[in-house]
Design a protein around this ligand. Sequence first.
Ligand SMILES: [Zn+2]
Length: 409
Amino acid sequence: MKAVLPLFVFIDACGWEIIRNDPFARSFAPYRRRLESVFGYSSACVPSIVSGAWPDQHRNWCYFVYDPNRSPFRMLRFFRWLPRSVTSRRRFRRWLSKFLQGPLKFRGYFDLYNIPFEQISLFDFTEKKSPLKPGGMNRGGNIFDLLEIRNIPYHVSDPACSESENLTSLIAEIRLERIDFAFVYWPDLDGLLHRVGNQSLEIPAKLRLYEQRLEQLLVHASEHYQTVRLYIFSDHGMANCNEYLDLRARIESLPLKVGRDYVAVYDSTMARFWFLRQAARELIIERLGQVPQGRIVPETELARLHALFPDRYFGELIFLVREGVLIVPSHMGERPIRAMHGYHPEEPHSYAALLSNQCDVPTSVTAIPHIYNLMAADAQFAHASNVTPISEGDLMGFKAARAAQHATF
Ligand SMILES: [Zn+2]
C-alpha cells in the first residue's frame, strides 16, 4: 500500500452554474467553490490549467491566426473548387482534419472547423503540440514537464481514448500502485451541453454517471493508497444560446475585400480582425459599433484579462458578444448549436468549479490557472510520501508549507 494519491479529475464544462444547485459529488467532495475562468475557449483554458500561466504568458489562446507566411494549409486551397455543399459539411471537415494531422505533424487536437478553403492559406494553427504532454506549451512548461523532471510516475488521460477506456487504464495503474499522481480528463459533458443546453434533464443524468465513476475510482484508490486527495474541477461553464448573429454578413457587406483590406476569424463568441489598410480599420470599427449584441474589448480590459499580446498575434481588434448570443455562421460552425462558452469571464455561466475532499484548499485559489499550483504541490508531496512512508507530522508540515506557499499565488 502506498501513502498518498492526488487525483485531479477535469470535467470539461462542468461550470459553477451547472453544479451550484445540484448535489454533485457532495458526499465525497463536500468542499466546493467557484473559480474564475480564462477569457477564450478550451484552447486557452486547458493550457492555463496545466501550466499555471495565463494566455499572455503561455501564448496558447485561439486556434487560428492570420499568418500567411507560416500557413501550413496552402495545399488545401484547391478544395475551393469543390461545391460548398460538400466542403462545409462537418463530416467532410472532420475526416479531412484527421487525415491531415499526420502530414502536418500536429500533435494535439486539430480541427479545420469551418474556415473557408478560399481563405485557409491566410491562417496558421497555433496548437501544434498537445498541452496534455511534456513540452506541450507554446511557451514555458506545464505540470507534465515538472512530473518528468522530478521523476514522479503519473497517469494522464489519452484524449484519443474514450472516457471509460481511460478509466480502465487508470484503475489498472492504481491497482499496481504504479503512480504517484493522476490527471483525468473527461470531455463528454462539454459536447452534451453544446448539443442539449444547460437545462436539459440529460445534464443531471450525466452528473449521476460521473458520480458513480468517481465512487468506483475512490474505492480502488483507497484500497491501494492510505490517503486519496481528490480534486474535481472544470475549465469553464456553458451558456444557452438564444440569439444568433450573422456578423460575417454584416462585415462582408462593406466595400472591403478579405485578404486585401483586412482578415477576420469569426469564432463562436468573438471575431478577431487584422487590418491590411487603415481605411478598413475605420469602416469595420464603425460597423461593429452598430452591432448591439457585442462590443470591441478595449486593450486595457484585454490586458486585465491576460489576453493582450504585444505583437497582436491573435488579432489587432477583438469583438466579443454578450452571453447568450452565438455568431453563426462562423469559422467554427455553419449551423447553430444550443449552448456555448467563450463569453466574458465575468458573465454568469463562464465560471468554473473546484470540488475537493480536502478542507484546506487555500482561499487564494480563485481562478483556473491556480489549479496548477495545487497539482504541483500535491504531486511532490505524494511522491516524497510514497518513497518514505508518511507520518502525521509530515502531513501537518505539508499543510503548513502549502498555506505559506499559497500566499505567493
Ligand atoms: Zn466546448
